[in-house]
Design a protein around this ligand. Structure first.
Ligand code: PDD
Length: 289
């Protein structure tokens, strides 16, 4: 099965992917009533794995799914072994849904959450040095984008517009302010100061976003968690996206506006990309929880 993982962990069992089945009454299937995480294992260590699991726990709490994430490190070990990925760089997907119940908006307190994980080989480039183009659209999603939920229809619809038109991403704006993109966060640079939307209910607070802010703090790069007006995009010097698989991607063009011609990103973006690479190469995750 090309592009599918070979093994899937589902509710206590490791199965061949085609054998893994869930009930049609799973609320994840019916309502998108679940939370997910994506993280990468690089050179034997989950990159900011503890932070990813903390975010998973927080999001589950936000939607009142009672699930103790402390079982996950063992489960992940079993899955990596069964998938023959203990020694390889890979991507790990984790999903927890509210479980199975008769279809009704209100849910019984007694449902048992459905837990599904898979891992696949995944090797990141050292640096994401391809200049990208993006388009903008009104943020038509709901007002709880801080919850990393599996119901991603708004993000999927927006992303589709970008992909069909040959772009990397769609960037959202809400009430005139740039929020984030369909599967990544966005940063701008103006007069050597880095700007990104504050971590409130209108964006997912990306782990990579937090890493970049920390890199700025540690390296005397001025950074402000302040949204940029859509109409001010053309006044910005640089722009880049961040995300687990995106890493730091330099935006060359947004709608019809070019930040630069040629292939070299702006200086602040380049500096952050180098710092990010250094961090990746020196990183070791001691404990997931
Ligand atoms: N996407 N914003 C949105 C809407 C996202 O879906 C993501 C991640 C991010 C960046 O978060 P992080 O740096 O923690 O990956 C921001 C993941 C990777 C996905 O849906 O596959």
């Amino acid at each position: 099965m090309a592009n599918y993982p070979e093994k899937v962990y589902l509710n206590g069992e490791i199965l061949d992917a085609q054998e893994a089945k869930i009930s049609v009454f799973d609320r994840g299937f019916l309502f998108g009533d679940g939370i997910y995480e994506v993280m990468l294992r690089i050179k034997g260590s989950f990159f900011y794995g503890a932070e990813h699991l903390q975010r998973l726990a927080k999001c589950l709490e936000k939607i009142n799914i009672e699930f103790d994430v402390s079982c996950l490190p063992n489960t992940i070990d079993l899955l990596l072994k069964a998938s023959n990925l203990e020694l390889q760089d890979c991507l790990l997907y984790i999903q927890v849904t509210r479980g199975v119940a008769p279809r009704k908006h209100s849910f019984p307190n007694s449902t048992v959450p459905t837990l599904m994980l898979y891992a696949m080989p995944f090797v990141l480039p050292e640096l994401n040095d391809k200049p990208i183009s993006v388009v903008t659209t009104r943020d038509f999603r709901w007002h709880r984008c801080d919850i990393k939920m599996t119901s991603l229809l708004g993000n999927v619809m927006a992303n589709d517009v970008a992909i069909k038109a040959g772009h990397y991403e769609t960037v959202f704006y809400r009430d005139g302010k740039v929020t984030e993109a369909s599967h990544s966060n966005i940063f701008f640079v103006k007069d050597s100061t880095v700007y990104t939307h504050p971590a409130n209910e209108h964006i997912l607070n990306g782990i990579t976003r937090e890493i970049v802010i920390e890199l700025c703090h540690k390296n005397d790069i001025a950074v402000k968690e302040k949204a940029v007006w859509r109409e001010d995009i053309v006044k910005m010097d640089e722009a880049f996206l961040t995300g687990t698989s995106t890493q730091i991607a330099s935006i060359q063009k947004i709608d019809d506006h070019y930040f630069y011609q040629g292939s070299a990103p702006g200086l602040v973006t380049q500096k952050l990309q180098k710092l990010f690479l250094q961090l990746k190469n020196s990183y070791e995750c001691e404990k997931l929880i």
